[in-house]
Ligand binder design. Structure first.
Ligand code: 3PG
Ligand code: MG
Length: 428
């Protein structure tokens, strides 16, 4: 399946290896708050160290404005890597030039050196060949294992491959293989659950899933744009006005698909609303299509209009229980699920307990995916926010595959070529 050479296809013993990782991790007050990307790169590091290589690792962190922007230093990563590897990790305060060269030269077999943020040099993002050449001069072999960044054609993902034999690491291989597999030959039924803030980021993904999935369910603020397109008054809810034609177009395509074959495109039927996005704001459920809960609760009276209408001061902050159950039902029938994007504003902390006031829809989806209702499908999870939420909840190891890539996994799923993968050597 994976057509590029990997570290297992070449002889590395005694060589100096330059490994491109994606250690773009969240750092607060000099401490890493989520080390999933580091954890996931360990099998590659262990394998390389077993080959007695001299291991030089490079990465970017954040989007620094230049060398003076020390808030984006990779130094905290060196410290954490040392703990994870249980061995010393040297740190060079620059990725090229005298200091990097000296540190590289002093390296012995089995030793690890982490270079400072590649993006402290603007040449990195410009895919500058001169900069790439200087980086390449530090090593004998280049290994690409930064799956999260291979959708960028930068010096350390593209230009560098012109100067060194270049192969894939084990994380890159696993990511590309798993994601390509669920898109190209999933065990059906295939259910796609797509959330997050913006349709704009996921247009291609939605189109592709309408073509290949059995169910596509949308949630998150993105769903609000679909609701507006369907004529629902979402009041103060966040939605993308400019993407309304896109939403209409997607709905049209989904309806056409549903006439051709058994296919469901689900937008929310109910939502959790509040006056503001705050942990202290009272919440209520608005059910704009079925009204079941309100009918039961107000019997023998008729439910008030507000039970099915979002009031002018309110905004949708999560999917409601009916919509969550609908998705959970789809999950019961699925053999493969691709999940990208949370169903609501999961970042808002709770006044008590681990689950925030607008995270219940996401929690319901997680319960379904983890087999709480009987059946556990193979699930591929992608997207930075979604993975971050799972990491916070301690659930990152409970799914079939949790991708380390945000943009990269979206582009791969949408069927686009990844420049950082294309540039590597083909298997014979
Ligand atoms: C990411 O976290 O999305 C990757 O590390 C790529 O970073 P970038 O979006 O700043 O290029
Ligand atoms: Mg990004």
């Amino acid at each position: 399946m994976f057509t590029k050479k990997t570290i297992k296809d070449i002889d590395l013993s005694g060589k100096t290896v330059l490994l491109r990782a994606d250690y773009n991790v969240p750092v607060e007050d000099g401490k890493i708050t989520d080390d999933y990307r580091l954890q996931q790169s360990l099998p590659t590091l262990h394998y390389l160290l077993e080959q007695d290589v001299k291991l030089i690792i490079c990465s970017h962190l954040g989007r620094p404005t230049g060398p003076g922007d020390t808030t984006n230093s990779l130094f905290p990563v060196a410290k954490r890597l040392k703990q994870l590897l249980k061995r010393d990790v040297e740190f060079a305060p620059d990725c090229i030039g005298e200091r990097a060269e000296k540190a590289a030269k002093n390296l012995k077999s089995g030793q690890v050196l982490l270079l400072e943020n590649l993006r402290f040099h603007p040449e990195e993002e410009k895919n500058d060949p001169e900069f790439a050449k200087q980086l390449a001069s530090l090593a004998d072999v280049f290994v690409q294992d930064g799956f999260g960044v291979v959708h960028r054609a930068h010096a350390s993902t593209d230009a560098i491959t012109k100067f060194l034999p270049s192969v894939a690491g084990l994380l890159l291989e696993k990511e590309v293989d798993t994601i390509t597999n669920v898109m190209e030959k999933p065990e059906r039924p295939l259910v796609a659950i797509i959330g997050g803030a913006k349709i704009a980021d996921k247009i291609d993904l939605l189109h592709r899933f309408i073509e290949i999935a059995d169910v596509v369910a949308v949630g998150g603020a993105m769903a609000n744009t679909f609701l507006v397109a369907e004529g629902i008054d979402v009041a103060q809810s966040l939605y993308d006005k400019v993407d309304l034609p896109v939403a209409r177009d997607i709905m049209r395509k989904a309806r056409t698909e549903a006439k051709k074959r058994r296919f469901i495109f689900a937008i929310p039927h109910d939502g959790v609303v509040a006056h503001k996005m705050d942990k202290t704001a009272p919440t209520r459920i608005v059910d704009w299509s079925a009204h079941v809960i309100a009918d039961i609760e107000t019997y023998p009276h008729r439910p008030p209009a507000r039970a099915s209408h979002i009031l002018w001061q309110e905004m949708i902050l999560d999917i409601g229980p009916f919509s969550g159950s609908f998705i959970a039902g789809g999950v019961q029938l699925a053999n493969t699920v691709v999940w990208n994007g949370t169903m609501g504003v999961t970042e808002t902390p709770s006044l008590q307990g681990p689950v925030g006031p607008y995270a219940h829809g996401t929690e319901l989806v997680i319960e379904a995916l983890l087999g709480q209702f009987g059946h556990k499908p193979f699930t591929v999870v992608g997207g930075g926010d979604t993975v971050g939420y799972l990491e916070n909840r301690g659930l990152v190891n409970s799914f079939g595959h949790v991708s380390t890539g945000g943009g990269a996994s979206l582009e791969l799923m949408a069927g686009r070529k990844l420049p950082g993968v294309e540039a590597l050597e083909d298997k014979k």
